[in-house]
Ligand binder design. Sequence first.
Ligand SMILES: Cc1ncc(COP(=O)(O)O)c(C=O)c1O
Length: 378
Amino acid sequence: SSTRASVGPIPGLINLGAGDPDFDQPEFVNKAVYEAMRAGQTHYSFTGEPDFKEAISEYYKKYGVTVDPKTQVLITSGGSQAIFQAFGAILDPGDEILIMDPAYQGYNQPAAYFGAKLTRARQVKDKKGIFRPDFRNIENAITSKTKAVLICNPDNPSGTVWTKKELERLADIANRRDVIVISDEIYTEFVWGDQRHQTIIDINGMWEKTMVLMSFSKTFAWTGCRAGYIIAGPELMKVVNGVPVGICSVPVPFQKAAVKALKDGWDFVEEMRQAYRKRIEYMVPRLNEIEGMECPYPEGAFYLFPDISELGVPSMKFAMDFFQQEKVRCAPGAGYGAAGEGHVRFALVASMKDLEETCTRLERFVKNLPPRAPPAVP
Ligand SMILES: Cc1ncc(COP(=O)(O)O)c(C=O)c1O
């Protein structure tokens, strides 16, 4: 069942646990699926439809990058398959793949499946409270077994958007230490403030060293329809294409609808963007008014990742108790790595009314927490 339904019909539940956008795709996209089926576009499609790949290549130009649709784009069933296939292309048992700490949990199981070890580079907070890459930690965590460094940009859960300078530093490390960079960029359309999304793939020498993972799940609120893609250099793409994933691409009618979405879906994306922006601007100050909570404005994506360490409650207990007492789901920060402990993640995938109600319940919940033990006297 869907993440929206899987928690069952609990009256009064507000589910901010999973990043499943609360928007339904526009009718013209639905129609495009049906029209493609009526037109008989229902046959095999290995590695993806050429017109879908061309539309992706056209879209990706907005990041200043020219991609050959024939040799550098592979269609996947969303970001999850892109992760699996990218890992399958490069990981052997005993290899290591370096992710940031904190990091999205969806990398853990695919790495384990391929017998690889996930290692982590702890990030550090800047003055605004946003996690940033620490290049000494990254360098130190790379060993002779490290095949790849994986970044998520813009980041889930922390909302970090990597700067050009940070990407250049990572590219320098990748070139010197001879590791691949896997760049999970599924939140590119959701960057706030005056920062712009930039990609590492066209930084000097990175074309054959980078796999960019993309998905329609967040861009077009397609979590249940499934479409995504990998962009890589032609040589690297041959290896990625060689991974048997057990499915013959994405259903063709959805690929045809995806072409339409890439052409005409941008008003819809802008609508979602405005809604997320409004939610962020409402929620951040309200969370910061709660004593013991510190919540930076995210630079990208639609999650809030407030620091709750002052409250003295482990994040798992916080999330469980908040759910049981106040019927709001959020994700415990500990699930994103050791550096995520002391945080919880709220996915802003609910109406303003529900978010206002969330804040009221959160204030009450925090007020009712048992007082912290005074610091031990030495
Ligand atoms: C950073 C990141 N990568 C990949 C995925 C998986 O995307 P998809 O739903 O397209 O499989 C998610 C989903 O939440 C995500 O947050």
